[in-house]
Design a protein around this ligand. Structure first.
Ligand code: ME8
Length: 517
């Protein structure tokens, strides 16, 4: 039976429309999910929206709408974005769904049963923007002496009755787990931050609120709703089937990868594992904190007016162009910057002029000169085997780097395979061989078809629709990693009714729009 692989993104606050940072996380997770599906894993991929909390309540109040209506409307925009970007989620969870409320109450009761919850009074600082409590010592000074969270967001003094979770109990167990599991928090810079934070001492965590009622009700404690992060983190378990379907939990839990942004690593690598230790469930294998996407090197913000709608970007450049750019341009785990010029430059150089051109000139040459039929084996030359070996190396490195979440390096290796093919076609010059040595021309074209097929299969997770179109044109059957290793490729193509009819370029050249995004 195929080995399960459970991957999740963060669930987004639907207090506004999605921005490019949300699109980036969804695309990266989708490429990873597709990669593992292709490798034969039984993948479950969950994303969704985080609909409770004070931020939602305040935004709804400011807009004069019901919070449930705001959540429903904005959640719809997130789902529409995922669908537009070809995100292959298995479940789009909304934390207002009944099964999620049941899961959150079940985990609460399990923590209570382990004597990890007690009623007291919270007095301290809270950032609504981050939905986070901060210690006085963490705060920084803003303009005019205002106190700000370490993320630079405003904080309010809060005092109310609250349930507490005995986070302090888990300080040493967490440090032990992190030390014993080097892949638990990635990249390393994030792990170091978390270790420093835990070593600074963990206070018990306020986990319920009484000043508003938009949230999951605390079982048996009237007037209390759960702190939004308690229910938000539990979404990962809800998706696995907790608590109704414990077979599902056995199958999918622990999650293989929680993919999140660097600003919320603390919640995922301190609070969440502590909750799981309390309820005696295994900890996720990896929490990966990706970097932030900046616009021309600047933080996106409504006041600067540089918040770009990801749907507009994908309309302007194409879904796969945007996906490719984001996966390739940003070294995964670090911050990255985007602009219309950068998208156009990258996509034209690598997709349109390199891979697209390679496929289009090979396939249209076959259409024109062989009436679209599969080239004959022909007379081989050492250069053919050399090219195939280079492509094989490139695709192997791609797979190794991709499994290690070095997404950009993986694509860079793939690109080396593409460059080698373009060099080969220039040196072998099949257009010249057409008259002088047709037998050799067949061998060259056959080698190229083979290489293009392997390269297209390899890049499917990043650009599924366009690489799929290339494969459709050559009638290549089998698109998983195993098919890539098939040594009977020629017979396979011959048997697949190979015929190229009017080949279409699938990676158009882009231009910078008059008003650059
Ligand atoms: O944090 N670049 O929701 P959110 C890249 N509801 N990623 C970015 C980004 C940017 N400029 N801005 C935000 C929340 N993100 C919580 C999560 S999970 C149980 C609850 C990322 O809508 C951010 O780091 O503020 C997070 O991973 C995701 O987008 C959703 O952010």
């Amino acid at each position: 039976m195929a080995e399960p692989y459970y991957i999740t993104t963060a669930i987004s606050y639907p207090n506004g429309r999605p921005h490019i940072g949300h699109a980036y996380e969804a695309i990266a997770a989708d490429a990873i999910a597709r990669f593992h599906r292709q490798a034969g894993r039984d993948v479950r991929f969950q994303t969704g929206t985080d609909e409770h909390g004070l931020k939602m309540v305040q935004t709804a109040r400011d807009r004069g709408v019901e919070v449930a209506d705001l959540a429903a409307e904005m959640s719809g925009h997130f789902k529409a974005m995922d669908d537009a970007l070809n995100i292959s989620y298995d479940r789009f969870i909304r934390t207002t769904e009944p099964d999620h409320h049941r899961a959150s109450q079940a985990i609460w009761q399990a923590m209570e049963a382990n004597d990890d919850l007690y009623l007291s009074r919270y007095e301290g600082w809270y950032s609504v923007r981050d939905e986070a409590f901060y210690d006085e010592k963490e705060l920084i000074d803003g303009e005019g002496g205002a106190k700000l969270s370490p993320q630079g967001t405003p904080v309010d003094w809060t005092a109310e009755e609250s349930w507490f979770f005995r986070l302090s109990r888990y300080q040493q167990p967490l440090l032990d787990h992190i030390a014993a599991n080097p892949d638990f928090i990635r990249p390393e810079s994030r792990r170091n931050e978390v270790v420093k934070f835990i070593e600074g001492g963990l206070s018990d965590l306020s986990v319920s609120r009484t000043s508003f009622d938009w949230g999951v009700k605390v079982p048996g404690s009237d007037g209390h709703v759960m702190y939004v992060w308690v229910d938000a983190l539990t979404n990962y378990l809800t998706g696995a089937g907790y608590p109704d379907d414990m077979d599902g939990v056995t199958k999918w839990w622990p999650a293989d990868l929680h993919l999140i942004g660097k600003d919320i690593v603390r919640f995922h690598a301190v609070y969440w594992p502590a909750f799981l230790l309390s309820v005696k469930l295994a900890l996720p294998k990896t929490v990966f904190g990706h970097g932030f996407l900046l616009h021309r090197g600047e933080k996106m913000s409504k006041s600067i007016g540089n918040v770009v709608d990801p749907i507009e970007l994908s309309n302007a450049f194409g879904v796969d162009a945007l996906r490719y750019f984001l996966l390739r341009e940003v070294s995964f785990g670090q911050d990255g910057s985007y602009s219309a010029e950068a998208i156009v430059t990258r996509v034209n150089a690598e997709l349109a002029n390199s891979f697209g051109n390679l496929a289009q000139r090979t396939l249209s040459f076959i259409a024109k000169n062989l009436e679209g039929a599969l080239p004959q084996p022909g007379r081989s030359d050492p250069a053919d085997a050399e090219l195939l070996a280079t492509v094989r190396d490139a695709t192997t490195i791609f797979r190794n780097e991709f499994s290690d979440l070095a997404l950009s390096q993986a694509i860079e290796a793939w690109m080396r395979g593409v460059f080698a093919c373009n060099q080969y076609i220039d040196v072998q010059a099949p257009w010249a061989l057409r008259k002088t040595d047709p037998d050799r021309m067949h061998a060259v074209l056959g080698t190229l078809v083979r290489a293009i097929r392997d390269l297209a299969i390899t890049i499917l997770p990043a650009v599924p629709a366009s690489a799929g179109k290339v494969l459709d044109q050559i009638g290549a059957i089998g698109r998983d990693h195993a098919a890539l290793d098939d040594s009977g490729w020629y017979d396979m193509l011959a048997a697949s009714d190979f015929r190229i009819v009017a080949p279409q370029g699938v990676f158009p050249r882009l231009e910078v729009p008059a008003e650059p995004a």
